[in-house]
Design a protein around this ligand. Structure first.
Ligand code: 3NM
Ligand code: MG
Length: 517
């Protein structure tokens, strides 16, 4: 088989250690995986003697050959030659690519591990057929993995390969990939210029009690986009269209009364529930990850707010995120105080590695942490002064959204929001929003409520939420009885409620005060 015709989509890497293989038989597991649809197999055994390696490789080859599936050997060019298999996979510390090619010839499939941009570009130049890009996420399967690069790191490598003209080199991602995250990883790794050709897994198949079933399930997932991807063609969205559509979305939401599941902090529980009620959604304030799957089945949306987070909260957040991702229901992350402490920085990383957020909203410091900026100084969880120019904020928001393939909202006196292609600034709001607690958190609740009703174009949903929220604040701020932040809060809840009623009655004038560019 010419190596360019190889199907890399479901790539099995074997492991013979008891911790992963258990008491199963290696050959039987590979047979089951091939029956389940594994498209390529790498025999990886770091400890057995050469004769044993060759003997097992021959046994495996009988199985794979019959199924038309290529078999590669990890590291050992000699074993590959002796067993007569289709190729090898080498690491950066193994025999170099050019020598490997010289020994095995032009038809052999030769792959190599790439952890960095430089390694990837060099390997492509030196004629690798494919790259195993990783480590995507931390994995107990391989000791001493190099750096964890995440989906964003894989995407960066794919972009660089495409820019350097290496469209032909195939790519799989490896490290910590399983049925729960494979669709999201394929989706978030893809750059506009180059996509992954597949994923390589060890434990997701080798450690399974039913390797055939596990492989079938993986193959099916790999062939489909994740449930949260909507087939929206991202048409241009103008201010006028937004002003026309926002009241319709609020009305639709208020009539449907979708569940808005808030996993939020101790400070804003009550306020957030009241804001949800005022805008017209149905709040549930549950921090229990174990009930998230039942709640996700009800078709609402999820807000994860890291305000007063603890280690066990992180587990609950991850459970809930997985539950909502699994059914494709909208999710929003509010990384409160993300840069303030090491635990929070880690928490943001863990959440972003653990699932997909349709929207990540935060102030400048929080979004800078989300984008991976190093050394972001943040005191407490309030917004603080802006350190970036508007231009830089727009660039950061747009770039992060394009990378994460979601929507990023950076709040401030001018809010910046982008889905990577469409970017808006919003200048509505009132200074009292900065004088009360939970105004950022409950904006998250409002946006999530809109996303539960407008699932096609989530940027439109988010913009609708921002406008309703900030225009309500403007209207509350000028009310006669409002003397300061204390009297502002009830007036603000009243105005959210009034705007919702106006929308239900098809009165749309409120939206015309949108200051959106
Ligand atoms: N190579 P699992 S990570 C064999 O980063 C291997 O190069 C890696 O195992 C790399 O699918 C890895 O069980 C192990 O996480 C992947
Ligand atoms: Mg190696």
């Amino acid at each position: 088989m010419p190596s360019k015709d190889v199907d890399y989509s479901c790539y099995l890497v074997t492991d013979s250690t008891p911790a992963i293989l258990g008491d199963k038989d290696l050959v039987a597991v590979v047979k089951a995986a091939v029956e389940g649809g594994a498209t390529i197999v790498q025999y990886r055994d770091k400890t057995s003697e050469t004769a044993e390696l060759v003997q097992v490789a021959k046994q495996l080859h009988q199985i794979t050959k019959r199924a038309g599936v290529p078999l590669l050997i990890n590291d050992r060019v000699d074993v590959a030659l002796a067993a007569g298999v289709e190729g090898v996979h080498v690491g950066q510390d193994d025999l170099d690519l050019k020598t490997t090619r010289r020994i095995l010839g032009p038809d052999a499939i030769i792959g190599i591990t790439a952890n960095t941009l430089e390694e990837a570009l060099e390997a492509a130049r030196d004629g690798a057929d494919y790259l195993g890009i990783g480590t995507v996420y931390a994995t107990p399967t391989k000791e001493n993995t190099k750096s964890i690069i995440g989906a964003a790191g894989v995407q960066q490598i794919l972009t660089a390969l495409a820019s350097a003209g290496h469209d032909e080199v195939k790519t799989v991602a490896i490290g910590g990939i399983n049925a729960r995250n494979v669709q999201r990883i394929m989706y978030q790794c893809a750059s506009p210029e180059k996509k992954l050709d597949g994923v390589a897994v060890v434990s997701a198949i080798m450690a399974s009690d039913d390797p055939k079933d596990a492989t079938q399930h993986l193959c099916k997932l790999i062939s489909q986009p994740p449930p949260f991807v909507t087939p929206v063609s991202r048409g241009k969205l103008t201010r006028d269209e937004l002003v026309a559509k926002a009241p319709v979305i609020v009305k639709r939401m208020a009539q449907a009364k979708p569940l808005c599941h808030n996993m939020t902090n101790l400070v804003v529980q009550n306020f957030a529930a009241n804001v949800a009620l005022a805008v017209g959604s149905s709040p549930i304030m549950s921090n229990n990850g174990l009930e998230a799957a039942d709640l996700a089945a009800l078709g609402g949306s999820l807000v994860i707010n890291m305000g007063t987070t603890t280690p066990e909260m992180r587990e609950n957040h991850l459970r809930a995120l997985a539950a909502y991702n699994a059914v494709g229901s909208p999710t929003l992350l509010d990384p409160v105080g993300a840069g303030a402490t090491a635990h929070r920085r880690e928490g943001v990383k863990a959440l972003m590695a653990g699932g997909f957020f349709d929207v990540i909203k935060g102030n400048e410091g929080e979004i800078r942490t989300v984008s991976g900026a190093q050394g972001v100084k943040q005191h407490g969880v309030d917004s603080g002064a802006s350190q970036l120019s508007l231009e830089d904020r727009i660039r950061l928001v747009k770039g992060t959204a394009a990378r994460e393939r979601n929507i990023i909202l950076m709040t401030g006196s001018t809010d910046v929001i982008s889905d990577g292609e469409r970017t808006f600034t919003i200048n509505n709001g009132h200074p009292y929003l900065g004088e009360i607690t939970g105004s950022g958190c409950t904006l998250g609740t409002t946006i999530a409520s809109m996303m539960a009703a407008e699932r096609e174009d989530k940027l439109l949903a988010a913009l609708t939420g921002i406008l309703m929220y900030e225009i309500a604040a403007e209207r509350a701020g000028v009310r006669e009885e409002v003397k300061g932040p204390g009297t502002f809060v009830p007036a603000f809840i009243d105005e959210l409620y009034r705007i919702r009623q106006e929308c239900v009655n098809n009165e749309t004038r409120w939206a015309q005060t949108a200051k959106v560019d």
